[in-house]
Write a protein that binds this ligand. Structure first.
Ligand code: R1P
Ligand code: URA
Length: 293
């Protein structure tokens, strides 16, 4: 029989499981690598210590949580699917079932909007992230002048980002790691400036507008901003830059991505390149996660 959930505000199952991610207290570690693709999560999980039997939770809503240990430290690898709302469910629901400060690294894929960052390499969002979202009113004839809304920057955790760069240099290769500002879009298509002849997306100037305001924008994907934003907000009682008032709820977050698409040159990654990067960069992410003080 299906699980019964109570509390309309923040539904939890009778055994304490969250409604979408599906884990309960004790099933998620304080240190997490989050990815989009469940196959990527399984591949990274091969690096986990062989002497700890992993806990695997597959939720009905497409989340996969694998919790084990890496070099003796408890870690979780969580596949969340795609988009900012999947990231929102994930961060809020794991924060509800983990006690104490958390470290979360996103290991995703992205497009490059920099002419010196090529397919098959890694980028770290050391400068944080901005969001680009479709301004719905613009497309429905309402009084809106801009087709896309470009947000201000949210920072990534400096220590976690520095560890990521160091470990990626070591395990993927120093010629294959760049840093810069991430752009998180609310679509793979319109707000990533892709052409779609079936929709009037008004996005031919979008990349130029992003670069005019943020010259260091290098990667385009769909989740990092939400992770970094919620990490900045967790444990605070009011908006703004005030101190974390509940350190037990704090989250440090950083993001790295494999370059799958060269949005300026047009190239796309091969399956062989993906697997090679997932294995080596996945190890680097685990190393960064357990080595950051
Ligand atoms: C789009 O193809 C998906 O790939 C990227 C984007 O952010 C989006 O989720 O990341 P993942 O490979 O981690 O899913
Ligand atoms: N993921 C994205 O969101 N965009 C790309 O171009 C490639 C992967």
């Amino acid at each position: 029989t299906p699980m019964k959930f109570t509390d309309a505000n923040f539904p939890l199952g009778e055994d304490g499981r969250t409604y979408h991610v599906g884990t309960k207290l004790g099933e998620t570690a304080n240190k997490i690598i989050t990815v989009g693709d469940p196959a990527r999560a399984e591949l990274i999980a091969k690096h986990l210590d062989a002497d700890v039997v992993p806990i695997k939770v597959q939720s009905k809503r497409g989340y996969l949580t694998i919790t084990g240990a890496y070099k003796g430290t408890r870690v979780s690898i969580v596949a969340i699917g795609m988009g900012m709302s999947m990231m929102d469910f994930f961060v809020r629901e794991v924060r509800a079932v983990v006690e104490g400060p958390m470290d979360i690294i996103r290991f995703g894929s992205c497009g490059s909007i920099s002419d010196h960052i090529k397919v098959g390499t890694m980028a770290v969002a050391s400068e944080g992230s901005i969001s680009v979202t479709r301004n719905f009113d613009f497309f429905t004839g309402a009084d809106a002048t801009e087709p896309y809304l470009i947000s201000q920057r949210v920072e990534a955790d400096a220590d976690l980002s520095a560890s990521l760069v160091q470990k990626l240099n070591e395990f993927v290769g120093s010629g294959k790691v760049s840093t810069g500002l991430n752009v998180t879009a609310d679509s793979f298509y319109c707000s990533q400036a892709r052409k779609d002849v079936r929709f009037p997306d008004a996005n031919s100037d979008l990349l130029a507008s992003v670069h005019a305001r943020y010259p260091s924008a290098v990667t385009l994907e769909m989740e990092s901003f939400m992770l970094l934003h919620l990490a900045k907000c967790s444990g605070r009682t009011a908006p703004g830059n005030g101190a974390t008032v509940e350190p037990e709820l704090s989250i440090r977050a950083a993001a790295t991505t494999m370059i799958f698409a060269d949005r300026l040159g047009g190239a796309f990654i091969t399956p062989e390149q993906v697997e090679e990067l997932e294995v080596s960069a996945g190890k680097a992410c685990l190393e960064a996660l357990v080595s950051t003080a």
